[in-house]
Design a protein around this ligand. Structure first.
Ligand code: COA
Length: 475
C-alpha cells in the first residue's frame, strides 16, 4: 500500500517527522518500519531522472543501495549526485556514466579526480562547516541515500560513522533511502534519524569500508616528532587525514590528559585512548568526550565508538564551526598541504590546475585554533614530493593552484627539517623561516626566489622557533 503510493507520486515529500502529527504517525514506529521495509531494487525506483541525490559521506556510504542505483541506471537521465569524500567505488562518477549521473562533489579524491579533471563532474568549493547548509539553500535535495544502524527501542537509527552533512540530508530530502546495517556502529550525540523520517528501509548487513592505518615513512616520523614538540599535556587535538596525523600520535604516548575535538579521527586515537593518554579530562568544552563529525578506520575503531558515551558525534555545522571548536582551550589543529609559497600561502587541494582534494575542515580548524585560548594551528608536510624532485615550499604557487589557507590565518608550518612560526611575522621573515625548513637541495632556488620577490639580497635565515608555546592571553 505504502509502496504503491510512493511510486505513484514521484517528487512528493514522503518523509515524516518525529513530533509532527498529521504527517506520519510515529507512535507505532515498528509498524512504519515494516511498511517501509523493501529491497534495494525497489527503493531506487523512487529516484527519478533530473533528481538531486545526496550520498552519505566517506566510509558511511550505503554501498548496497548505490550498487542497486547503478544497476537501475537505464531508468535515469541526468541524476545529480552530491557527495563529499569518495571512499567507495563511486561508479556513478566513472567514465560511461555521464548520461545517467552527473557528479557535483564538495571534495575530490582518488575515484573522482579524473571525473572532475575531465569535466564530467563538478566540484563545489565549500568549508566543511557549511556543507550541510548547501542543502537548505543552493542544492535542495530530492533524495538522500543514507546508511544507518538498526533502530533502537524508540525507533531511532544512528548515522554511525558519518554524521557530517549526512544527518542533515535525511532531514531535508523529500525521499530518504536508508541501508540498515547491523555493522554500522550506533554512535551517540546528534546522530539519529527516526524511522518515521525514512521513506525506504533496506536491510543489508555488510562490513563497512575500512581504511587501514597508513604506512609511516621516516620523513613522516620526523614531521610527527616536530609536531609533537608543540603539543603539551592537556591539549585538545584536531587531526587531519593521512600518515602525518598518525605519525604525530606515535610521539604522544608520553603525554597526559589529551582531548579530541576533530572533524574526524581514526584508529590511532583509539590506541591512545585505550592507553589512557587521551582521556579528555582537561577539556573545558564538552569535557570527557571526543568530538567528531565523521570517522574512518578499521573495525577496531567502529567497535570502539559503538554505544560509547565518551564519543560525541554531531553535524559538521557544529563540530567544525570555528566558534564552537574554538571554545576548547589549547586546541591544536594539525593538517597537511600540497604547497606553501614564501609568503606562507597554503595550497592544500590542487596540483597546478588539477583539483586533487578540497578545503575540507582545514580552514575551519585553523581558525578555531586561532580563536582558542592557548590554541595553535599546524600545517605539516614533507618538504618534497615526487621522490624529492619537487619542493613543496615554493617561491610562487604553481600556475592554477588555489590558496586554501590564507597567509594571515597560517601559524606554524612544519616539515621534517623543522618548525616555522609565521604568525605576525614580516613577509621577509616568513620567507626566511620557510627556506630554513625546506629540503636543502631546493634552498638555493628558493633564495633566488626570495631575491626576486623582495628585491634585496638574501641574508641568511632566522632561527626557527622550537621552544614551548607561550600562553596566549585570554580572548
Ligand atoms: N607537487 C606535485 N604533486 C604533489 C605535490 C606537489 N607539491 N604535493 C603532493 N603532490 C601529489 C602527491 O605526489 C600525490 O600524488 P599521487 O596521489 O599521484 O601519489 C598527491 O599529490 C597527494 O599527495 P600526498 O602527499 O600523498 O597526500 P596526503 O595523503 O598526505 O594528503 C593533502 C595531503 C594535502 C592532499 C590532504 O592533507 C588534504 O586533502 N588536505 C586538505 C583537506 C584537509 O586538510 N582537511 C583537514 C581535515 S580532515
Amino acid at each position: 500500500m505504502f509502496w504503491a503510493e510512493a511510486l505513484k507520486e514521484p517528487g512528493k515529500d514522503l518523509t515524516g517527522e518525529v513530533g509532527a502529527p498529521g504527517r506520519v504517525a510515529v507512535k507505532d514506529w515498528k509498524k512504519t518500519y515494516r511498511e517501509r521495509l523493501t529491497t534495494a531494487a525497489e527503493a531506487v525506483r523512487l529516484i527519478k531522472s533530473g533528481d538531486r541525490v545526496s550520498v552519505a559521506n566517506a566510509v558511511g556510504e550505503p554501498s548496497f543501495v548505490i550498487d542497486a542505483m547503478i544497476d537501475n541506471r537505464e531508468a535515469y537521465r541526468d541524476v545529480e549526485i552530491t557527495h563529499m569524500l569518495p571512499m567507495g567505488k563511486c561508479q556513478f562518477a566513472q567514465a560511461g556514466m555521464e548520461k545517467y549521473f552527473r557528479l557535483n562533489s564538495t571534495f575530490v579524491g582518488g575515484p573522482t579526480r579524473e571525473t572532475v579533471k575531465a569535466g564530467h563532474g563538478d566540484f563545489t568549493p565549500c568549508y566543511f562547516s557549511q556543507i550541510p547548509n548547501l542543502y537548505d539553500r543552493t542544492l535542495p535535495l530530492d533524495v538522500a541515500l543514507i546508511h544507518v544502524s538498526p533502530p533502537d527501542k524508540n525507533g531511532f537509527c544512528s548515522c554511525g560513522v558519518s554524521i557530517d552533512y549526512t544527518r542533515k540530508s535525511a532531514e531535508v530530502a523529500k525521499i530518504v533511502i536508508a541501508q540498515v546495517n547491523a555493522n554500522m556502529p550506533r554512535t551517540l550525540g546528534d546522530t539519529f534519524v527516526h524511522v518515521s523520517k525514512i521513506t525506504a528501509l533496506v536491510e543489508h548487513d555488510a562490513p563497512l569500508i575500512e581504511l587501514p592505518p597508513p604506512k609511516i615513512t621516516d620523513v613522516e616520523r620526523a614531521i610527527g616528532e616536530n609536531c609533537a614538540k608543540l603539543i603539551n599535556d592537556g591539549d585538545c587535538l584536531q587531526l587531519g587525514i593521512g600518515a602525518i596525523p598518525d605519525a604525530v600520535l606515535l610521539f604522544l604516548k608520553d603525554k597526559k590528559d589529551l582531548g579530541i575535538h576533530s572533524e574526524m579521527f581514526s584508529d590511532g586515537v583509539v590506541e591512545l585512548a585505550e592507553m589512557g593518554v587521551i582521556n579528555h579530562s582537561r577539556k573545558n568544552f564538552m569535557p570527557k568526550k571526543a568530538i567528531a563529525t565523521f570517522l574512518m578506520g578499521t573495525r577496531r575503531l567502529y567497535d570502539y565508538v559503538h554505544d560509547n558515551p565518551s564519543v560525541h558525534m554531531a553535524p559538521s555545522t557544529w563540530v567544525n564551526d570555528p566558534f564552537i571548536a574554538g571554545r576548547n582551550d589549547n586546541l591544536v589543529s594539525i593538517n597537511s598541504c600540497v604547497q606553501v609559497d614564501l609568503l606562507g600561502q597554503v595550497s592544500s587541494e590542487t596540483v597546478g590546475y588539477t583539483q586533487i582534494s578540497a578545503v575540507g575542515g582545514q580552514v575551519d580548524f585553523v581558525r578555531a585554533a586561532a580563536l582558542s585560548r592557548g590554541g595553535r594551528s599546524i600545517i605539516a608536510m614533507a618538504s618534497t614530493a615526487a621522490g624529492g624532485r619537487i619542493s613543496k615550499i615554493v617561491s610562487l604557487l604553481d600556475e592554477g593552484a588555489v590558496v586554501t589557507t590564507n597567509r594571515c590565518d597560517v601559524e606554524y608550518v612544519i616539515t621534517e627539517y623543522g618548525i616555522a612560526n609565521l604568525k605576525y611575522r614580516t613577509s621577509r621573515d616568513r620567507a626566511r623561516m620557510l627556506i630554513d625548513i625546506a629540503h636543502p637541495d631546493h634552498r638555493d632556488k628558493l633564495k633566488d626566489g626570495f631575491e626576486r620577490r623582495f628585491k634585496v639580497k638574501y641574508s641568511g635565515g632566522v632561527s626557527v622557533y622550537l621552544g614551548a608555546w607561550p600562553q596566549r592571553p585570554s580572548v
